[in-house]
Design a protein around this ligand. Structure first.
Ligand code: GTP
Ligand code: SPV
Ligand code: MN
Length: 595
């Protein structure tokens, strides 16, 4: 085995050490060239790792199935490894670094025998920007390499930037045997390292994404005074040309990608509203010299949910994935194109499902349940700049100014369509007590409501009590604070139907949010916060009567009192680490609801 030579000594030594443990047959450097990418695609097609789709209908597109027991992030196998257990808080699984290295080391040992180790130098954010972070991922999966080439800026330019001694995150990944019993996703914030073994799925293995850009970055952000958040970033341009940028945190599979590329309803488009997509999953935010908060998206691609995505719900996503896209865990049609539930067009008569089994339309399992062709967490990986609404500002190293932050979740009852926090501290409380129904993006009981503060429960790399304190401090350091809002597109009526049409129509709500930020519209005060007046929402082209609107804003005080009890119980789990300001907000809310 010949080891590549690098002028960066630490990089050289680290690769040698990891290769010594994993024993790959050879080592290949990912240079970021089109030529090498094509070669890797061919090789992966040849060895069956990916399937080439119809290159006329879907140019540059490929298909991949992950192991049936490896189709979503596994939070129970994800650990933050620090010297002290208190550092990670009740929100994380913890392991002592020495133990973690030892345990995973057994699984990595000889894991790449007979395989190639790929070395991927990558940048989260523009290469060379002071706000970007560099990582190097070692992996034995071409699927991972091809995804990283879309999701990050990877290749020679990054290596050059690293020079002889610049800092980078050491990321090690091996599929190994894909054994779910031996799967571990380990983070070492004190060593700036990540080890992931026995998985081949998304957030578990594209180590720049959740592992670096959220878990490790949140840890760094706390120290350095910025925010690393699970947020979309979108700009809304009004007919006068003014653009307001909104960032939004919703838990996994709760609508970030959709909102990031929202298409204005016809009547609003005609008036001149435009949308600018900056990011759909992660935002890094810093306070700039103007006293405001500025956001960048450290990613270069989307890793988006497919079921439910179609020409009507998200036309920009459909356009984005027409070429150079990797489709994971969907139905493969006989003509080598793909299909998923609630996608475009009727279900095909037959195909090969996400498990790799022959599939027929309407086929039921032994319990009479319809067998889906695509896994509910099936996804597409596509470059952001293929999105028709992508923002030219995405490449600016300082990002875009944030006017408002929205928090949201999937609540069938209780939570109104939208309301505004009284101030920053109240907004932090709203984020801290957010809850949402569990989706297919994580293992666990689907539909169960769980607390997911700022949609960061699975991604905050340290004690969330300290994280709330950090948020409060950030507010104090800004003299141009974004306003904070809560939204819920998912409230249902007695019959179980969504009351609000959602998707593109959500722009009407974003417009109200922007008017609030510009001080152009007043609102109604409720115990929850400020809610819009029906007449202040532009309903042009939408038949949405007042009686339905009112259903979206019913405040059931009895149910809310139950909710407050649960909120307080949850906040209590952070013990003395919980900032007193948040507890005071909870008590104040309780008092308002008693009146
Ligand atoms: P992650 O990539 O897991 O972080 O998810 P995400 O937050 O980006 O969620 P995404 O936009 O992919 O949406 C997930 C699911 O919610 C899809 O099936 C969408 O069709 C559905 N969805 C998104 N927006 C709305 C909405 O406004 N109303 C309704 N009813 N469904 C929505
Ligand atoms: C999420 O689950 O929030 C995702 C998908 O964005 S993954 O990258 O797999 O974490
Ligand atoms: Mn996400």
């Amino acid at each position: 085995m010949d080891i590549l030579k690098f002028k960066h000594k630490k990089l050289q030594e680290w690769i040698a050490k990891m290769a010594e443990m994993c024993q790959p047959d050879n080592i290949i450097l990912i240079d970021g060239s089109e030529e090498q990418k094509k070669q890797l695609q061919e090789e992966a097609v040849y060895n069956g790792e990916i399937i080439k789709l119809d290159q006329e209908k879907l140019p540059g597109c490929f298909y991949h199935r992950t192991h049936p027991k490896d189709v979503a992030r596994t939070e129970n196998l994800t650990f933050i490894c620090t010297k002290k257990k208190e550092t990670v808080g009740p929100n994380n699984n913890w392991m002592l670094p020495s133990q973690a290295y030892k345990k995973a080391g057994q699984y990595f040992k000889n894991a790449m025998k007979g395989r190639t180790m790929y070395v991927i130098p990558f940048s989260m954010g523009p290469v060379g920007s002071p706000f970007s972070k560099i990582g190097v991922e070692l992996t034995d999966s071409i699927y991972v390499v091809l995804n990283m080439l879309i999701m990050t800026k990877a290749g020679n330019a990054v290596l050059e930037y690293l020079g002889e001694d610049k800092e980078f995150t050491k990321c090690l990944h091996a599929k190994a045997e894909l054994d779910s019993e031996k799967r571990l996703i380990l983070h070492f914030p004190e060593d700036n390292a990540i080890w992931s073994v026995n998985s081949g799925y998304g957030g578990n293995v594209l180590l720049g994404k959740k592992c670096l850009a959220l878990r490790l970055a949140s840890f760094m952000a706390k120290k350095e005074g910025w925010l690393a958040e699970h947020m979309l970033i979108v700009g809304i341009e009004d007919p006068s040309g003014r653009i307001e940028y909104i960032t939004g945190a919703f838990p996994s599979a709760c609508g970030k990608t959709n909102l990031a590329m929202i298409v204005p309803p016809k009547a609003l488009k005609k008036k001149g509203y435009k949308v600018w997509t900056v990011g759909d999953d992660i935002a890094w935010m810093r306070i700039d010299s103007d006293g405001g908060l500025w956001a960048i998206n450290p990613e270069a691609g989307f890793f988006g949910v497919l079921p439910g995505t179609n020409k009507n719900t998200n036309p920009n996503a459909m356009e984005t994935m027409r070429k150079n896209t990797i489709y994971t865990n969907v139905l493969l049609k006989p003509d080598h194109t793909v299909w998923w539930e609630d996608g475009d067009g009727p279900a095909p008569a037959k195909g090969i499902d996400w498990l790799g089994l022959p599939w027929k339309k309407g086929q039921k399992d032994e319990f009479g349940k319809t067998i889906t062709g695509a896994h509910p967490n099936s996804r597409f990986t596509a470059p952001i700049d293929q999105c028709p609404s992508h923002s030219y500002r995405r490449e600016h190293h300082h990002g875009v100014p944030v006017s408002s932050i929205i928090f949201g979740g999937r609540r069938e009852t209780l939570a109104p369509l939208v309301f505004e926090a009284f101030d920053w501290q109240h907004g932090v409380f709203l984020g801290a007590t957010m809850a949402s129904a569990r989706t297919a993006a994580q293992y666990g009981k689907q539909g169960e409501v769980r607390r997911d503060p700022m949609a960061m429960l699975p991604f905050c790399g340290y004690n969330m009590g300290d994280y709330f304190t950090h948020w409060i401090k950030m507010g104090r350091s800004m003299w141009k604070k974004p306003r904070i809002f809560m939204v819920n597109w998912f409230r249902k009526d007695e019959k179980g139907n969504f009351i609000w049409p959602g998707f593109g129509e959500n722009l009407r709500i974003l417009n109200w949010i922007n008017l609030r930020c510009e001080g152009k519209v007043d609102a109604l005060k409720t115990p929850l916060g400020y809610i819009p007046k029906y007449e202040d929402i532009d309903m042009d082209g939408l038949d949405f009567p007042r009686k339905d609107w009112d259903k979206l804003f019913v405040i059931d005080k009895k149910e809310w009192r139950k909710e407050i009890k649960e909120q307080k119980e949850f906040l209590g789990t952070f013990g003395k680490q919980l900032p007193k300001e948040i507890w005071e907000e909870a008590c104040a809310f309780e008092k308002r609801m008693k009146k």
